[in-house]
Design a protein. Sequence first.
Length: 347
Amino acid sequence: MADSDPSTGTSLLRHAQIACVYLAVVVLALLAYSARNMLVLIFVGFFLALGVEPVVAWLHRHRWRRGLAIAAVIFVVVLVVGFIVLFAVVPAVGQVGHFLAQLPQLLSQLGQHLGERQLRDTLHDPAVQSKVQEAAKQAATFLATALGAGFAAIGSLLGGIFSACTAGALLVYFSLAMPRLQGAMTRAAGSHPGRPEAILAAMNRVGGYVTGQALVSLCAGAVSYVFFLVAGVPYPALLAVVVALLDAIPQVGATLASVAGILVALSQSLPLAVITLLFFIVYQAVENYLIAPRVFARTVELSPLAAFVAILLGGSLAGVLGALIALPITAALKVLYRQARVEHITG
């Protein structure tokens, strides 16, 4: 009887190994899909931990123990969030219902101030007003859903609170473990010159951007609220929250926020709309040329085209959350790509 060909057994074993690898990948993909909400929370927790890391590291360099520094940062964040909820979000929620109820009247006033007859008649049409009112309600629902998605909250208030608390707990755990995580990443990068520094620089890019964007958005919302209140623009708290949220979206957010404020002001009077337009022009100039360059210095070194493409890709892949994190992720990848290119040239 002839001996069996050993190459046949080796080939079968090789095919079996490949099949096992494919099966493992499929199983992992299914597990990741079933746990996608928790994975989003883990990512958000790690992303926020990178965001507070510059402040924690600064306190640690000034002889604060890391645990105490994290507790102080979390305490300040909770105070700021509570202040925003109490003085901005709660009034804004109350103003949403009043705004939707008064929307037909605001449209009629807007048509009167615009002056163009056909447009004025269109805005006076009850059917058009009803459609715009319904669209505004849908937009409010979409905004709530988009914000909830950032914390993997699918609907209920309890689920959103649980998700936010989970993300906060993950933030604390990731912050406490950040030195070990950084050490593990730099060790995994190997001993090649420049790799550990590139990884730390990429993480610092993300952290600096998150902290900076939070400060810029808070500044935009606070200054806008004071202006709306002093100028007499209706729904100042609601508009200030809209400005702060939209200001976090690069490239287009500030424009959308200014359009919303100008339209509401125009429903009152044309001079008020002009004043609101001038305010947004002046503030955006101050933010773009004074505030943002100082806050984002050496954090996001991207060309306008690269930033715009990154935002489009991030928004198409992960919606509002993707658009928000597109720039810091791209900036971090640019640092890693630069290091890989240096290694390729010198290697």
